[in-house]
Design a protein around this ligand. Structure first.
Ligand SMILES: [Fe+2]
Ligand SMILES: [Fe+2]
Length: 248
């Protein structure tokens, strides 16, 4: 069952509480009362169709309407993706770090186990942060500049020109590396910790890692399957010199 505009937001959360973080990224916080999705989107100045498509891709893994999503402006996608980055770096990763600190304080685990998990998590965090920084500092500004140029001719043409040399293709492959690091970390915890007396802290860490992975997969799908094709289209327009964007 997909989320629709007439549902009460409170019912949306009862149906799938994992959507809370996604809804927060649109600036819509708790305290929904009896208001519907449509009412809350209007109140917060959130485009309803964009909200529904994003929330539903998260809600139903089988729902990924590429054609619908390709209609949105790159800048709209980037605003959402940026909020998602903030959520990973400011909230989710520190939360997992807290659990790992609990593990370090737990006498039930040997120093080698603590060190192994700590070092894998540090490596993973480092790679994820680097990837996000590259997108925030290089890829997104390039895309926004390109969009601005095509819409009004007022973008930073020099920036577009220099970054044009690498094109949007290049950064796509990075997602696989970041994903495999996370998979390795999960596997170490699932398979290779020598039978602990009490694995509840590890269960919590694992649960957090699965949640993060699920969120990141959705995020990477939006980047790879939606943002990249939109940018490729803009690059073609830019190269052909036809200042006639058809995006909404
Ligand atoms: Fe990203
Ligand atoms: Fe990414």
């Amino acid at each position: 069952m997909l989320i629709n505009q007439d549902m009460k937001m409170a019912d949306v959360i009862h149906l799938n509480h994992h959507l809370l973080h996604v809804i927060n990224r649109f600036g819509i916080q708790l305290g929904y009362g009896e208001k519907t999705v449509k009412q809350l989107c209007a109140e917060h100045d959130v485009p309803l169709s964009f909200f529904l498509e994003i929330v539903n891709t998260f809600h139903d893994p089988g729902y990924f309407p590429v054609e619908n999503l390709l209609q949105f402006k790159a800048s709209r996608l980037i605003a959402y993706l940026h909020e998602t980055h903030r959520y990973y770096l400011d909230f989710r990763i520190p939360e997992i770090a807290n659990y790992i600190q609990r593990l370090r304080d737990d006498d039930g685990f040997g120093p080698e186990v603590k060190l192994l998990i700590q070092s894998f998590f540090s490596q993973y965090t480092h790679e994820l942060t680097q990837h996000i920084n590259r997108e925030e500092q290089r890829v997104y500004p390039y895309v926004l500049s390109l969009e601005k140029y095509l819409e009004s001719g007022g973008g930073d043409k020099e920036l577009i020109g220099s970054l044009k040399q690498y094109s949007i293709h290049e950064y796509e492959e990075e997602h696989d590396d970041v994903e495999s690091k996370l998979f390795d970390l999960k596997n170490i915890i699932i398979k290779y910790i020598p039978s602990p007396r009490d694995s509840r802290v590890l269960n919590l860490i694992l649960h957090e890692l699965f949640e993060l992975e699920n969120d990141l997969n959705n995020h990477a799908h939006i980047e790879d399957l939606i943002l990249v094709p939109i940018v490729e289209k803009m690059e073609q327009e830019f190269l052909s010199g036809s200042n006639n964007p058809k995006i909404l």
